[in-house]
Design a protein around this ligand. Structure first.
Ligand SMILES: [Zn+2]
Ligand SMILES: [Zn+2]
Length: 130
């Protein structure tokens, strides 16, 4: 049996955001993995699995949307600009709330179908109730 020489890097090290240039500080207590910038929400494709830092891609990842997970927990969907992979990441307590909100609103503002038709099927009485 040979001894293992796996070096576990500190996953909570300070990093500089590749999108807006903010020096992202150490995470607050309760934030397991700081993997995106709290100011612009951009991330970098460094993980194969969350927190492993094993990806060789290193592309910038744009915040592409919001996913509501089990327990009503919000997750950010990141899309890599370089390889196109999609990733879900937990939001952090100091993420920009206005940006998160606008991400969640974006699909509603850019509906590919008439809102009246969809609402009509959601509402009792075919949406004509008033
Ligand atoms: Zn940033
Ligand atoms: Zn990538």
């Amino acid at each position: 049996m040979s001894r293992s020489h796996i070096t576990v890097q500190n996953q909570n090290e300070v990093f500089v955001c590749g999108h807006c240039g903010l020096t992202v500080p150490l995470p607050e207590a309760g934030t397991a993995h700081r993997n995106h910038c709290p100011r612009c929400l951009w991330s970098r494709h460094v993980d194969l699995r969350t927190g492993d830092r094993m990806s060789v891609c290193r592309g910038m990842m744009e915040p592409a949307g919001i996913w509501v997970r089990e327990g009503n927990e919000w997750a950010l969907i990141h899309r890599c600009m370089k390889c196109g992979v999609l990733r879900a990441n937990r939001i952090a307590g100091d993420d920009d709330e206005a940006l998160l909100f606008s991400l969640a609103l974006r699909p509603l503002l850019l509906l590919p179908f008439p809102a009246e038709l969809a609402l009509g099927r959601l509402l009792p009485g075919g949406g004509r109730a008033s």
